[in-house]
Design a protein around this ligand. Structure first.
Ligand SMILES: Cc1ncc(COP(=O)(O)O)c(C=O)c1O
Length: 384
């Protein structure tokens, strides 16, 4: 029995499949040495853990060479490596108003220190963009297009296949933020023409916190974010060119990666297609149930339209942080409230002042848990 009704999967998935914790304990016991820094058996065992994680991730994302994945701590680190590592003085970037601060802040930092120019394509109330508007923004110096696969506030799914084709036409590199889609819907870098894919380990891939990664197409050479020990080419004063060492300085989170591999295996058994269907059905159930709440406004795609497993809403006359607090304290329901690290998406949705409550589901969420949320929101907003 779960003690809480956990509807905050868009932040971090919970609970994890039991195999995740088991794999972590096992790695700690039998592969607890430093990978790539020795030739004794336990060091080799630790290297194998990382290799295995890269392998399962490659197979999930359609990546042909597992060494094109740089393992790291989270999506934010991956996005920083992609953005800071790729952009040069005077480049132009196109992003969208659906971006998370983990894209926007590095871009604005690049604007400040490297004179990079940035345009954000507007997002409509459904969380979608106009591709004609996007195409009009290309300039001769457009070097990067960044797009979130799915908005963490609106749940909308952006047309990354089409954006990839347009980016290719203008010779720009295409970076996708898969924080809200990895493991939750099919993502194949070859089919979708993605040059760089930033993903978290701790959300839809069901791994522990402190894990994530970046796929980097073989033809790209990013400037590393970190310089330091790799266990390889120790005599060289520069960071090695060989992947993945080039992008993985310092001792990695081997135990976390063992958990991530187990999480990804679980996702592959269930299949991202089935997970998407399960989560979509739950969001439809949630939207139908919440529609009877007086003064409610649900953000993002209409009922019946594609969306990832989250529904954000406001209720007129109620503070979203207060509502979330009451849901937790009185009903044991964990949701996220306030502002969701995406100010431009709040601007598009008209929730810059109010913030929003976000309920997000996962592979293990049940329809009964959604019923409990609907009941609680109805009760909390009942006229007294
Ligand atoms: C769309 C999006 N991008 C980036 C991030 C940052 O992810 P992480 O916490 O793994 O760094 C999040 C986190 O919620 C997100 O939703």
């Amino acid at each position: 029995m779960k003690e809480v009704i956990y509807l905050d999967h868009a932040a971090t998935s919970w609970p994890k499949p039991p195999a995740v914790g088991e794999a972590m304990l096992h790695a700690l016991d039998v592969a607890g040495a430093n990978p790539g820094r020795g030739s004794h058996r336990m060091a080799v065992q630790a290297s194998r853990v990382l290799f295995d994680t890269r392998k399962v991730l490659s197979s999930l994302f359609g990546i042909s060479n597992a060494n094109d994945i740089a393992l790291g701590s989270n999506t934010t680190e991956a996005l920083n490596l992609a953005i800071q590592g790729h952009l040069r003085e005077g480049d132009h970037v196109i992003a969208t108003m659906a971006e998370h601060n983990s894209v926007r802040r590095p871009l604005e930092y690049m604007r400040r220190i490297r004179n990079v120019e940035v345009d954000y394509v507007p997002v409509n109330a459904a969380g979608d963009i106009d591709l004609v508007q996007l195409e009009r923004l290309f300039r001769p110096n457009t070097r990067l297009v960044v797009c979130t696969h799915s908005s963490n506030l609106l749940g909308s799914i952006l047309p990354i296949g089409e954006i990839s084709l347009i980016s290719r036409k203008y010779g720009a590199t295409f970076l996708v933020d898969a924080a809200q889609s990895a493991g939750i819907m099919p993502v194949d870098v070859q089919q979708l023409g993605i040059d760089m894919l930033a993903f978290p380990g701790h959300k839809g891939l069901l791994g522990p916190q402190g894990t994530g990664g970046l796929y980097i197409a073989p033809e790209l050479d990013l400037e590393p974010l970190l310089h330091g020990g790799t266990g390889s080419q120790s005599e060289a004063i520069e960071q090695p060119l060989v992947r993945p060492d080039r992008y993985e300085a310092g001792t990695p989170n081997t135990v976390g990666m063992a958990g991530l591999a187990a999480g990804v295996k679980h996702v592959m058994e269930l299949t991202p297609e089935a997970i998407y269907k399960h989560e979509w059905e739950l969001t439809q159930h949630m939207m139908q149930g919440l529609s009877s709440v007086a003064g409610i406004r649900m953000l993002g795609p209409e009922l019946g339209q594609p969306r990832t497993g989250l529904v954000s809403f406001t209720v007129e006359g109620y503070d979203s942080a207060q509502l979330a607090f009451q849901l937790d304290r009185r009903y044991g329901i964990a949701v996220r409230s306030g502002f969701h690290c995406t100010p431009l998406a709040h601007e598009s949705a008209g929730t810059t002042l109010s913030g929003a409550v976000r309920a997000s589901v996962g592979y293990s969420t049940t329809s009964q848990e959604i019923d409990a949320l609907i009941h609680a929101v109805n009760e909390l907003t009942m006229p007294r």
